[in-house]
Design a protein around this ligand. Structure first.
Ligand SMILES: [Zn+2]
Length: 354
């Protein structure tokens, strides 16, 4: 079986739903470019990541990547605008038409406020002017408890005029049960925000069941462990709950043995809506385009499968139906034969936000 060509992947209009802004990592990189990267503060903590598994490994990787604390003074609106512009430029370069950017992080929110972050991001998008439409997802961190989640949800609801489209529950899946966040997430849902939950990543299918049935999540971050539960797979398929898969992230965190053992194909075969995403591009050294190329090669995904992955992302975007439909049409246009042979690379463009 052949896999999709790199030319096809480059030309495919893309939609990415699971992408963290990685505020501190990108700020560190930005400071480094100016020659002012903070020195490593506690290098002894940067042990071999292979010594750790799961969420511990994620924490180690994050620490290692931003070691040397970012000074509070770096959290300026101008710097947030700069890293947002950079993210959107990277997206445009890969042919991304729509991206949902997750922002969380106590320091960014406490230093700038949620509103300050959103305005700085909007400024960055205006400056980048690359024609990539975006939505913002506010990340609620489990370890920070339900009170903070409720406060952030109120800010998220007020931020709908600044491109907020949803909330995300992230963090330590094992020790912080979804029930604690039912009230906060319910409020977000009632206000019309989309709900996605990191679940079935570090722990088993139970977290996915509760995310869907207790929190009303219509999307699951990762959710790879659904593959262990055939009844859950049926429910996800029937309810059109979409999985935001990030294969390189799973491999780097030691959650799957290698890319060849990733359950992406099994999840697709079960009829579950599946999307492909980069998760933390700076931390993991990936991009969506590279993720598509690597996954296509190792898992032998052909061109129609890649179109399906991007179309599933378009359908699950936290956007009104007309926007989702236009995005999906644009993705599907790529699979139509173009005059003169080869796949079409141009579809109806979606205008950038005002
Ligand atoms: Zn994530």
């Amino acid at each position: 079986m052949s896999h999709a060509s790199s030319a096809f992947i480059a030309a495919l209009p893309k939609v990415e739903l699971h992408l963290h802004l990685e505020t501190s990592l990108r700020l560190r990189r930005l400071l480094g470019r100016g020659g002012a990267a903070p020195p490593l503060e506690r290098p002894h903590l940067i042990a071999d990541p292979a010594l750790f598994v799961g969420y511990d490994r994620l924490r180690r990787l994050r620490y290692a990547s931003r070691a040397g604390l970012i000074p509070d003074a770096a959290y300026t609106p101008a710097n947030i605008a700069a890293i947002t512009a950079e993210l959107l430029e990277e997206a445009a370069a890969q042919g991304v038409r729509y991206v949902e950017i997750r922002v969380g992080g106590r320091r960014a929110f406490s230093l700038l406020g949620v509103r300050g972050m959103l305005e700085a991001m909007a400024e960055g998008a205006r400056a980048a002017a690359v024609g990539v439409r975006y939505g913002v997802i506010i990340t609620l961190v489990r370890e920070r408890g339900p009170e903070e989640a409720e406060r952030l949800v109120e800010e998220a609801v007020r931020g709908r005029d600044a491109f907020v489209v949803g909330v995300d529950l992230a963090g330590d899946e094992e020790n912080y049960q979804p029930a604690m966040f039912a009230s906060a997430i319910g409020r977000a849902r009632d206000a019309g925000l989309g709900v996605t939950v990191h679940a079935g990543e570090f722990t088993g299918p139970a977290g996915i069941w509760t995310a869907v049935y207790q929190l009303g999540a219509t999307r699951i971050g990762h959710g790879i462990r659904a593959v262990d539960d055939p009844i859950l797979l049926d429910r996800l398929r029937d309810r059109r709950v979409t999985l935001e898969l990030c294969p390189t992230s799973n491999v780097r965190l030691g959650l799957v043995g290698g890319l060849a053992g990733h359950p992406l194909r099994r999840l697709m075969a079960a009829g579950v809506p599946v999307t492909l995403n980069s998760d933390d591009p700076v931390l993991l050294g990936v991009t969506l385009a590279r993720e598509l190329a690597t996954t296509a090669r190792v898992l032998e995904l052909d061109e129609p499968v890649l179109v399906e992955l991007m179309a599933a992302a378009a359908r699950a975007a936290f956007q009104p139906a007309d926007v989702r439909d236009a995005l999906e049409a644009e993705v599907r246009a790529a699979s139509l034969p173009a005059p003169g042979g080869g796949a079409a690379t141009r579809g109806p463009r979606i205008s950038r936000p005002p």
